[in-house]
Ligand binder design. Structure first.
Ligand SMILES: Nc1nc2c(ncn2[C@@H]2O[C@H](COP(=O)(O)OP(=O)(O)OP(=O)(O)O)[C@@H](O)[C@H]2O)c(=O)[nH]1
Length: 671
């Protein structure tokens, strides 16, 4: 019969359920794996960025310090020039020109200063050179201004010799207005003294903060969306990627502060010297730059033209915060490959997952079905095995019993538990010749190796009580997945059959009337005895006997009395003769007795005893009568020329007839 294929028998709803379960589980694992790998990748990129940005921030910090150092050197140099000393000590047009030209040279050569000025102690500009967009010029006296109200003058004129005032970085104010476009500025001021040691005013350098900021932006600029920020100590942007965020403190806009936009980050940045912060917005790497050198002072400055500084600042209080900010999206986008490629890759991965899940669902369901079928099959077989009338044993390749049905247990006298695990060959199997064979020689176990069924009409199992159980047996191999897995032994108790056969055999050998050996069996036994006697050189004798006038008995008393006479004679023979003597009824009223290890003379004596015993019988008949009868016996011994029993019988017969002729009821012997 054609078997339907596994696919055809597959229940679709169960397959789909299994597929969905496997696919969803696998898809969740894959999604989590992708998510984690991106997360790890992102974190890796963030960690790299931390190191890279820290180096960048450090570079910017060194740059600011270098720019400040350059300006400080210029200021000290200017304050100590002989031109200034001469002007302060002697004044005059010539000295003025000399000083103004010196300022002009410095302004032109360095290119860093918007203004180079000398103010007297009252705050009036005495000498002033303007940069004029790259065309420095000495400002005519008529245009010089009074700067006594500006904080940078006030904070500078207070200082002692060699002390330097550095203003905050703010925007230049001209004629009480913010100069447009914005001109970021840092004013460096230093008091100057004449030869007599009197303070005569201050030298002021208006350093282009724009230069410094440009240097800063150059260092902090990057190709991605990373932003570099320079913040003053209050968190206002001095430099930002968005220009409209800058200079809030000059514009009276306190909302334009880093701390307003990123409060938590500012908390950390304002209290820490340097570090990195990873937030949902992105990565902040920051450091604090202290541009002032020892001996330099500063103040809070003032955005108002005529207001003094709120308070002074020491070198440690004058600081900026350099912040590098990289938005989080920069890392996530970088971590993913381009979107089309990513989508294709994910699509292929999930598709493969679907195919894989379907295959696993199919095969696992097939296996489950096969297992269920096998279990059902086993249950069915077990049911059959339990009810069947034959004993059934299952053994593994080693012959260990793995199953025994109730009939097997009953026949062998074991419980099922006692049989399980027992070595079938060693415990149960008895070989016909009585010699226990090696396992590899065992005809039953060999089936597992050859796969060929073994049938035997007669084998022997040993029962628990030691009795031998004759069985007929059929042994088949168990084949699982094309591999031998063990054997099934079906056996049947043949005790009754054996008895029947033995009875049949016995009946074939026994004379039904007298229960003596019949003629054929007597001949067989006699032949064996002759062979044995000849082999061992022992004597052997034979007697033949015949009931005298038996015909008359039959005729007188009836055939049934004749039968009784024959039975009585047989019984007397058995009683009188030895156990080893072989007695047979050859036919009619004729008997023969073979006497192993007896000479003719000894047989003669035995025959005489038998004759007398028979003659002494008074066989009861009906109505109180008795019947006596006699026998004639011929005796002979085995002689060398005898080839078989017929030779001996012939002589014994002759002797018996001699006895008949001599008057009956006597024994004659023939050599
Ligand atoms: N009752 C009975 N008679 C049998 C049986 N077998 C043979 N006979 C009889 O035995 C008789 C044998 O007689 P015979 O051979 O003439 O010899 P006999 O009468 O014994 O005389 P002798 O042997 O010369 O003494 C025959 O009449 C047979 O019918 C048997 O099984 N039962």
């Amino acid at each position: 019969m054609l078997q339907p294929s596994a696919a055809a028998r597959m229940p679709v709803p169960a397959l789909l359920r299994r597929f969905v379960l496997i696919y969803l589980s696998a898809a969740i694992v894959l999604t989590v794996a992708i998510f984690l790998s991106i997360r790890f990748d992102v974190q890796d990129r963030i960690n790299n960025a931390k190191v890279r940005e820290a180096a960048r921030v450090d570079t910017a910090k060194n740059l600011v310090a270098r720019d400040f150092s350059t300006v400080t050197s210029d200021l000290r140099l200017l304050a100590s020039t002989p031109s200034l000393r001469r002007f302060l000590d002697h004044g005059g047009e010539e000295r003025f020109d000399e000083l103004a030209n010196l300022f002009l040279e410095l302004c032109r050569i360095s290119g860093n200063y918007d203004q180079v000025r000398y103010l007297d102690t009252s705050g009036r500009e005495i000498v002033r050179v303007n940069f004029n967009e790259g065309s420095p010029a000495i400002v005519p006296r008529s245009q010089l201004q009074d700067k006594s109200g500006r904080y940078f003058f006030r904070d500078s004129i207070k200082l002692d010799r060699n002390e330097i005032f550095v203003s905050p970085l703010d925007l230049n104010i001209e004629h009480d207005q913010l100069e447009l476009p914005y001109k970021p500025m840092i004013r460096f001021g230093m008091p100057v003294f004449d030869g007599a040691g009197h303070k005569r005013g201050v030298i002021l350098l208006n350093y282009f903060g724009g230069e410094l900021l440009q240097h800063f932006r150059d260092v902090m600029r990057g190709g991605d969306r990373r932003r570099g920020m320079l913040l003053n100590r209050d968190g206002y942007w001095l430099s930002s990627a968005k220009q409209d965020e800058e200079w809030g403190f000059m514009l009276g806009k306190p909302e334009l502060r880093f701390g307003k936009k990123y409060p938590d980050v500012w908390n950390a940045i304002s209290t820490g010297d340097s570090g990195a912060l990873q937030t949902d917005a992105g990565l902040f790497v920051y450091s604090t730059v202290y541009p002032l050198q020892p001996g330099q002072r500063s103040s809070t400055g003032s955005p108002l033209p005529r207001s003094p500084s709120k308070h002074e600042l020491s070198a440690r209080e004058y600081y900026w915060k350099i912040v590098s900010f990289t938005p989080y999206a920069t890392f996530t986008e970088a971590a993913e490959i381009n979107e089309v490629g990513r989508d294709i890759l994910y699509g292929v991965a999930y598709l493969l997952l679907a195919f894989g899940s379907l295959a696993i669902a199919f095969f696992s369901l097939s296996r489950k079905q096969a297992r269920v079928r096998m279990e059902e099959e086993e249950a069915r077989l077990r049911e059959i095995a339990v009810t069947m009338s034959d004993g059934l044993l299952v053994a593994d390749l080693e012959g260990k019993i793995t199953f025994a049905n109730p009939e097997a247990c009953r026949l062998l006298g074991y419980s099922e538990n006692e049989l399980l695990g027992k070595d079938m060959h060693g415990t149960l199997h008895v070989h016909g010749d009585g010699k226990q064979k090696e396992k590899h020689e065992c005809s039953m176990l060999r089936v597992a190796r050859t796969g060929e069924t073994y049938r035997a009409v007669e084998e022997i199992f040993r029962c628990k009580n030691g009795q031998l159980l004759p069985i007929s047996v059929s042994v088949s191999a168990i084949i699982r997945e094309q591999q031998a897995a063990g054997i099934v032994v079906a056996f049947h108790d043949i005790t009754e059959r054996k008895k029947f056969e033995q009875e049949l055999e016995r009946r074939a050998q026994i004379d039904a009337l007298t229960s003596l050996n019949n003629r054929r069996h007597f001949y067989e036994l006699a032949e064996q005895e002759i062979l044995r006697t000849k082999r061992y050189g022992k004597p052997l004798a034979l007697m033949m006997l015949d009931v005298d006038h038996f015909k008359d008995i039959n005729d007188t008393y009836g055939h049934h009395v004749g039968d009784t006479v024959l039975q009585t004679l047989g019984a007397v023979c058995l009683q009188t003769m030895r156990e080893i003597d072989i007695i047979g009824r050859l036919g009619g009223e004729e008997f023969a007795i073979l006497l192993p290890e007896a000479t003719a003379a000894q047989a003669f004596d035995a025959a005489e005893r038998l004759r007398l015993a028979v003659a002494a019988i008074a066989m009861p008949l009906e109505q109180g009568q008795t019947l006596s009868f006699t026998i004639s016996i011929g005796v002979t011994g085995l002689v060398a020329k005898d080839s078989d029993i017929a030779d001996m019988l012939k002589r014994a017969d002759e002797a018996m007839y001699q006895a008949k002729r001599s008057g009956r009821n006597r024994v004659c012997s023939q050599e």
